[in-house]
Design a protein around this ligand. Structure first.
Ligand code: F6P
Length: 334
């Protein structure tokens, strides 16, 4: 029988090779993953347990929350607030940072998460996921919002779990990217996709084309050229995908290359993009870069953006390096 490497074995072995780590991080990750398994269970049972549909409430972004957005947020908070590994948390579904209750000890990490990304897909049985980002916290006292507003390059770990036909975890601690599949029979994530690498070139792009009329010139130019196919300046035909679930798009790009764009658009000039810097763009940027790809706002490397607020939005362009570099070039020229 071939030996299967579980996530726990993988993390302990990886951490052993690093100088400045203790078991705390491994425990924290184990607890995050435990929360994701619980969310997977809820997503999987869906209407059997009455968790689909709208909760008829709005989050701070003014988006109508799904029941499962709230359930997933609560699962994350309850799985992590007692552990003693965290100084605080922030969630896409909570207006303010989440303090650790007074009765529990505090630790040296901060976790930021989007408990259920792509939740507009939940009622139509398409893939959704949870995204998380871990920062070290040096605050001597209770952490404040300022402690969370750190550049993506400072993340010590980022990952996401995709609840699709298989439940999969994609993880980086800054030493490459690895993929694990949940073996439902034993309840463990097993290493199935070691050292994931994104091909530098691609012929596949993902964007919500219905926003075309709102985009800036560099993005229109890029997409126009892709659509021209073999006869155009790119000299090759492109394929297009749009799942409207970032975890699913990023997973596809990790597996076979491609580029994903949610650019700035002129619909609402007060919103500099749709996706959230701290809960979506930064963790995905670390994963994509660690897999050999690139992630930019079009004008700046994502991991170098200085966050200004907890729920800040940013334009996102990520995936195969050559395509992201082309997009950056088009932005520089405009
Ligand atoms: O809020 C995040 C998200 O659901 C992403 O997962 C996805 O890429 C995007 O929004 C879809 O947006 P739209 O519905 O505008 O295509």
């Amino acid at each position: 029988m071939t030996h299967k490497i579980t996530l726990t074995q993988f993390i302990i072995e990886q951490q052993r090779d690093l100088a400045d780590v203790s078991g705390t991080f491994t425990l924290l990750l184990t607890n995050i993953v435990m929360a994701c398994k619980q969310i997977a269970h809820q997503v999987n049972r869906g209407n059997l347990i009455g968790v689909l549909g709208s909760a008829d409430t709005e989050n701070i972004q003014g988006e109508v929350q799904k029941k499962l957005d709230i359930i997933s947020h609560d699962i994350m908070v309850r799985a992590l607030n007692w552990t003693g590994q965290l100084a605080g948390m922030a969630s896409e579904e909570a207006d303010e940072i989440i303090d650790i209750p007074l009765q529990y000890p505090k630790g040296k990490y901060l976790v930021l998460f989007d408990p259920l990304d792509g939740s507009s897909n939940i009622d139509i049985n398409l893939s959704v996921g949870s995204i998380f980002s871990i920062l070290r916290c040096d605050a001597a006292a209770e952490p404040t919002v300022a402690d969370f507003l750190r550049k993506g390059s400072e993340q010590v770990c980022a990952g996401f779990v995709i609840y699709g036909p298989a439940t999969m975890l994609v993880l980086t601690t800054g030493h490459g990217v690895n993929g694990f599949t949940l073996d439902q029979a034993i309840g463990e994530f097993i290493l199935t996709h070691p050292s994931i690498t994104i091909p530098e070139a691609t012929q596949e792009f993902a964007i919500n084309m219905s926003n075309y009329r709102h985009w800036e010139a560099p993005v229109r130019r890029y997409v126009d050229e892709c659509l021209q196919g073999k006869e155009g300046v790119r000299g090759k035909d492109f394929n297009m995908r749009w799942i409207a679930s970032m975890v699913a798009e990023v997973y596809r790009i990790l597996m076979r290359g491609g580029v994903f764009l949610y650019p700035y658009d002129l619909r609402d000039p007060s919103k500099p993009g749709r996706l959230r810097l701290l809960y979506e763009a930064n963790p995905m940027a670390l994963i994509i870069e660690q897999a050999g790809g690139a992630c930019s706002t079009g004008r700046k490397r994502m991991l170098d953006v200085q966050p200004e607020s907890l729920h800040q939005r940013v334009p996102v362009m990520l995936g195969s390096k050559q395509e992201v570099e082309r997009l950056i070039h088009y932005h520089q020229m405009s």
